[in-house]
Write a protein that binds this ligand. Sequence first.
Ligand SMILES: [Zn+2]
Length: 377
Amino acid sequence: MVKKLTGLAALTLLLSACSTTSNTVGNTVDPVLTQSPRDLAMFTAENKQCYDRSTQPYSFVVDAHNHFRPFGGHAIPMHELDDYFRRLGVLFVNVYGIGQTLPVDSSCDYYLDCPDTLVIPSIKNDFRNASNYMEFPPDGLHLTLSMSFPNLAEPQWIKPQMQQLNQEYPDKFKWMGEVNLVKQALFKNGHKATPIEAIPQWADFMAKLREDKMPVAIHSDLGNDKEGENYKYLPLMDKVLELYPDNKIVWVHMGLSAELKNADPVKHIAVMKERLDRHPNLMLDISWRVIYDNYFIKPEVRALYVDFFNEYSTRILPGTDFVASRKKDFLVYAQEVEVTSRINLYLDDNAFRNIALGENYFRLMGLDQYRAPQICR
Ligand SMILES: [Zn+2]
């Protein structure tokens, strides 16, 4: 292990609070996360101050995966979310809508509670995020608006809708995602895996993304825990990578999910490395506590992923995959930040700087005014 665990007692206490469902509200936040506030000036190219891992937070400064809109029901207002970010020193955040919305007349807040209710992507959440962003300019934060509307099985509408958003909010949207290539959790709600034949028809919107230098974050489950199905859907992502090698593609959750809790980590890491080696524009998003709860929590498994992240440290993006339903509050977000940041404690200094302190994000986004601080020796 690289660093001693500051606030270990608090961490252990928190562990028990966090091992229940994500809706459970504990009553504590690890003080390490809030006691040493971070600000944007620490992440500018001019900053000379080093980052002391023994006293400063191990949590990431970038949440590259945050859904500001829930599946249904009310959202946490954006200005309140901004306050959560400032309190936790999470200063760079991707503003996702949601790729699956319940009908407006549905009484559901979460799609798994209402199987059989059709969930489909919609552009309305992107408009709402943009409108809220303009109304509440994020003081002391860098938010990146993202287009989350695309239905990848209906690619003919994507470029025109991108143009529509750009017309209403010129130069505001800098990212696309999270879009669903295949998400098994939604199968009961009418979602199907995108047919592989649809992928070549993405050419025009993928060209527009390259032109605008926008990354696209794709949810593409590798497979599931059934015998012989661990990598059932891998050909879909392979097709995307083969056809669009020049696009900046972010593979969210490394293809893992609640349906794939028992992948052999050695094999999984080998599959990821092979794609990263072959596709220099591919990055992996390691957000979502499901990955922590099923993989990183096991010391022997975690060690394998830590070696992998240290070796491929320029290719990894952190995040929570928080969904801002009004049923949640600051403590829930703080816990998700804490749990999804725990892996950072084990990274070497170089990987910690690239992943947790934002260097990868700044490079991917071409944010030349920002730079991750050097680590204090
Ligand atoms: Zn997500």
